[in-house]
Design a protein around this ligand. Structure first.
Ligand code: KG4
Ligand code: ZN
Length: 403
């Protein structure tokens, strides 16, 4: 979907580009990144593509918690409220000013159209007022650059290509095969989810079991207390079929996570767990800020086993299919990134199994796994060096493709 921002803004802001010339190009440039694609309002300043001078994330979790998922209208409203103070704080923490940064990078998509528009409109307004260039970034490339950014900080500049990147979050489960091209990377999408994203499955299962929102972090903790063999899911419940999916929409390494969610639902019904879940929800709703220990106390063995078995099934599927794709496409480096990459079991399994295959695997730190703007500023840096500045009339693209 393409949404047009008022032509008035686009046209009046065009002359700003006239001021951009080579005197402003520097390999030590500070880029202000802005990210508003989902439920985090984030701003960061990154210098030279790798030094994170500030990284401010304002989370909307408390706003969406009562609904068990992100409500798009509420997300836009919260971004509007937070964007100015968040950017101001990012500049302040970085010791920079609106005038001192060299360029402004903003997420163009994919994401919620209304949420993206808040960041884009603000980036455009700043660029116009300050006569700075704007760089647009694909959110998924941002997640990939979160890994690259931190590897560069440890002086690891020796990435071997092709790189296979699994981007696994609340909105995406994508496999990209990346190659170097000029100062940037190009991508081939070789796998994606047919239905729910892995993080979405975590969030839906957590909601179903009355564990709160978001589901990933709490299931990560609870799963350690359950038996991952406790509940047996049949392979057909977690496998995808090609039925109903047009050939041109299929990729070689597709995922599917809606079956496992339905299997959890069926288990809940068959085992009469509804009353316990309702009671847990009631108790948690009465707590101001429930901690993981509070939720753990409210879970019986059967629930913990179910949670651990769900996580085992999701993690095994992600690891197996990713390594299969890596073998088939002869990937020489593996990146695992996005919110779900914060998961302990996923990290352990990838580390173990990739090592067995002699494939180096890299993750972002937990802070940079979930949505942030440092990754957006970092991903914009090669574009800045190549002077790939945005056209003034660019707009939000809810389904932007990475290539
Ligand atoms: O990347 P992200 O912040 O936003 C999107 O681009 O979607 O990812 C958020 C998702 C949520 O679904 C959340 O439940 C999941 O990442 N998540 C986790 C963990 N931490 C966050 N999933 C599994 N284990 C975790 N530790
Ligand atoms: Zn994300």
């Amino acid at each position: 979907m393409k949404i047009k921002i008022s032509h008035h803004i686009a046209l009046s802001f065009a002359p700003a580009f006239a001021y951009i010339d080579n005197r402003y190009m520097t390999t030590d440039a500070s880029i202000l990144g802005i990210e508003t694609s989902c439920d985090e309002t984030a701003a960061a300043v990154v210098r030279g593509g790798e030094r994170v001078l500030s990284n401010v994330v304002s989370s909307q979790i408390a706003v969406h918690q009562p609904y068990g998922g992100v409500v798009p209208e509420l997300a836009s409203r919260e971004h509007l409220r937070a964007i100015v103070p968040v950017v101001r704080q990012a500049l302040h923490e970085a010791g920079e000013t609106y005038e001192s940064v060299h360029a402004i990078a903003v997420t163009q998509g994919p994401g919620l159209a209304g949420a993206l528009l808040v960041g884009i409109s603000y980036a455009k307004a700043l660029a116009f007022a300050l006569a700075k260039p704007v760089l647009t970034v694909n959110h998924l490339e941002g997640h990939i650059h979160a890994v690259l950014l931190e590897q560069r900080q440890t002086a690891n500049f020796e990435m071997r290509f092709p790189v296979l990147a699994l981007v696994v979050s609340g909105g995406h489960t994508h496999l990209f095969l990346a190659q170097e091209r000029g100062s940037g990377w190009i991508y081939e999408n070789i796998g994606r989810t047919r239905d729910d994203a892995a993080g979405e499955a975590y969030d839906k299962v957590a909601k179903l079991l009355g564990l709160g929102y978001p589901g990933g972090p709490i299931i990560d903790v609870l799963a350690r207390h359950g038996d991952p063999q406790g509940v047996r899911f049949v392979a057909s419940q977690i496998k995808h079929g090609n039925r109903g999916v047009p050939r041109e929409k299929q990729t070689a390494h597709d995922f599917s996570f809606s079956g496992i969610k339905t299997a959890v639902l069926r288990y809940v019904e068959l085992n009469g767990m509804r009353a316990d879940i309702a009671e847990r929800q009631k108790q948690l709703a009465g707590m101001a800020r429930a901690k993981a220990e509070d939720v753990l106390r409210l879970c019986d063995r059967r629930t913990l086993d179910l949670v651990a078995s769900f996580q085992r099934a999701v993690v095994s599927d992600l690891v197996r299919k990713t390594l299969e794709a890596a073998r088939e496409r002869e990937a020489r480096t593996l990146f695992v990134t996005g919110g779900v990459a914060a998961n302990s079991e996923l990290r352990e399994r990838f580390e173990l199994e990739s090592a067995q295959e002699g494939l180096p695997v890299y993750f972002p730190s937990r802070k940079l796994s979930t949505d942030n703007a440092a990754m957006i500023a970092a991903a914009a840096f090669p574009k800045y060096l190549a002077q790939h500045f945005a056209e003034p009339e660019f707009s939000a693209e809810a389904s932007l493709i990475l290539k």
